[in-house]
Design a protein around this ligand. Sequence first.
Ligand code: AMP
Ligand code: MG
Length: 320
Amino acid sequence: MTERLTPDEAGLDRAAELLRAGALVAFPTETVYGLGADARDDRAVARIFEAKGRPRFNPLIVHVSSLAEAGELVAIDAAARALAERFWPGPLTLVLPLREGAGIAPLVSAGLVTLAVRVPGAGIARDLLARVGRPVAAPSANPSGRISPTRAEHVLAGLDGRIEAVLDGGPALVGVESTILAPGPDGTRLLRPGGVSAEDAEAVLGAGLLPPDQGVTPSAPGQLASHYAPRGRVRLNAASPEAGETFLGFGPGPAELSPTGDLLSLSPTGDLVEAAARLFHCLQELDAAGAERIAVAPVPETGLGRAINDRLRRAAAPRA
Ligand code: AMP
Ligand code: MG
């Protein structure tokens, strides 16, 4: 059963308590209803993808209650600060370099070194975020492939029974998603048009916006601009490793330890939520271990397994 909460003191406290306990809570923003989870809780974030039935681990937007809180998670340069000061709280998302030690679950940014953040305009959303006291990852609160919800009834129509609660704050006002901008060393890229117009953003920057595929994206070894993949060559559906391969397990069976002592298994018990929660940790551990050839145990093509296999197949695809 999905709890239906009203945005009074008791309802906001309950929603915040649920989020801090790792539950999924849908809440109204000024753009659409978001499906929130504690962005520092790997399992809670994995459950977002499960509840939505997303076939891919695309990165999520993290919602915070203030610019100061955003500054604890990402590096804010002059362009980003000017945009944030003008449009936050509001329908603008900024993609910025993730700070080391921010503690964000790697699944939130799909292993990338950048993080998408915003301070939502709706008072209810900011009240909730201030009570949670932690960053909240939230894509739109609809099953994958369906239209974004602008009312609590729409959320329940798609996700009733799959999430712990919905905070009913009436209709979302903007109804379109946030504009996504990525400020960088050679200009600001427009990644998605939305509630803040390109012209208004350009007026603040005193410069034109770049197309999505132009300009420099922060990167690190093993990290492509568009998605994270380990440096090593990846072989999928491996029953066991061949000589020279490092094995990434799933389910009962052999599992190695990484040099940092982490178990190189997506989930020893074969739990797909745990596997999704650990996927990017494990890929990063394989990089840290200097694995040049990686064999991955079979993962079933059901539920979250589809998104896990999508990412593993991309990691295994030939690269330049
Ligand atoms: P949604 O949460 O459904 O509104 O979608 C989030 C959007 O933000 C997707 O289009 C993502 O591709 C984009 N996004 C989130 N994080 C990043 C990032 N680090 N780099 C580029 N795009 C991002
Ligand atoms: Mg969406």
